[in-house]
Design a binder for this molecule. Structure first.
Ligand code: NDP
Ligand code: 8X3
Length: 259
């Protein structure tokens, strides 16, 4: 099904996991896409695939979102029509490390803060002024259950996601008066992502945390993001807190097997 008109969706962190699944969902619905990430070859593959399969237009922006000038330069490379973003999905983010606070690595803390908080802010600062000028736009931040509760050894990751929660609320307070919507999605554990592998620095054994229960899949989250984005103009879903059926909270997962 084609979108009602050629809306443009910018998705940060589209090379993997939730961002990639979300790009597939919006592509299928006929939206034009701006896809970002550091891995150029994956962005190029997605662009080729979506253009062929869905006849949509796709732009790719290849940059590190921790770098404010690289982010500005990448967004600035779009022509004026492509800069008119209808939906910004602030998804790029990660967890690094799983240590108690007295053993945490500074580099992990800096990576999470620079990506999850500062990167989200850089992108928003570039896209939001155009939305305000046009009196229209939707910002969807990817938060987490970790933005609503804190778990042992989650310290800094949880702090960055609490910051995302605060920023979603702050953005909404500032932008509603201009006709913008601001939403967030707060998922529990999600598989079909590189999240766990990144958190444990590529250690495949430590990253095996989904084998004895069914967490959410990246497609579950993508479907929910699309649902939030496709509500009637007068409706804004502010937050969706979602977990797999066997997860009750960050610390309570019933590892009773997979179906
Ligand atoms: P993935 O690791 O699969 O995807 C992360 C994406 O972020 C990749 O596309 C990656 O692209 C991009 N990214 C990371 N760092 C940077 C950077 N410095 N510059 C640009 N892009 C970057 O993880 P998920 O899909 O799971 O994560 C997506 C979001 O969902 C994150 O914000 C995460 O915190 C959140 N989340 C994840 C959950 C989970 O259990 N998986 C649960 C709740 C929330 P590239 O490497 O190409 O740069
Ligand atoms: C990802 C979910 O529980 O690993 O944000 O923090 S969790």
């Amino acid at each position: 099904m084609k979108a009602p008109y050629s809306k443009i969706v910018l998705i940060t962190g589209a090379t993997s996991g939730i961002g990639k699944a979300t790009s597939a969902k919006f592509a299928k619905q006929g939206y034009n896409l701006v896809l970002t990430g550091r891995r150029l070859s994956i962005l190029e593959e997605l662009k080729k695939k979506y253009k062929r399969k869905y006849a949509i237009k796709v732009k790719i922006l290849n940059f590190d979102i921790r770098n404010s000038s690289a982010t500005k330069k990448a967004f600035g490379s779009l022509d004026s029509n492509w800069k008119k973003i209808d939906i910004l999905i602030n998804n790029a983010g990660l967890a690094k490390g799983f240590d108690p606070i007295h053993k945490g690595k500074l580099i992990d803390w800096e990576t999470m803060i620079d990506t999850n908080i500062k990167g989200l802010l850089y992108m928003t600062r570039l896209v939001a002024p155009g939305m305000v000028k046009r009196g229209n736009g939707h910002i969807i931040n990817i938060c987490s259950t970790a933005g609503h509760e804190v778990y042992p050894k989650g310290n800094v990751y949880c702090a960055t996601k609490h910051a995302v929660d605060a920023l979603t609320k702050g953005m909404r307070l500032d932008l509603t008066q201009y006709g913008l919507k601001v939403s967030q999605i707060s998922p529990g554990a999600v598989e079909e992502t590189e999240f766990s592998l990144n958190r444990f620095d590529g250690d495949k054994n430590k990253a095996k945390i989904y084998e004895d229960y069914n967490p959410l899949t990246s497609r579950d989250v993508a479907r929910t993001i699309y649902f939030v984005a496709s509500q009637p103009q007068h409706v804004n879903i502010q937050d969706v807190l979602m977990m797999g059926r066997q997860q009750a909270s960050s610390t309570q997962i019933h590892r009773t097997g997979r179906s």
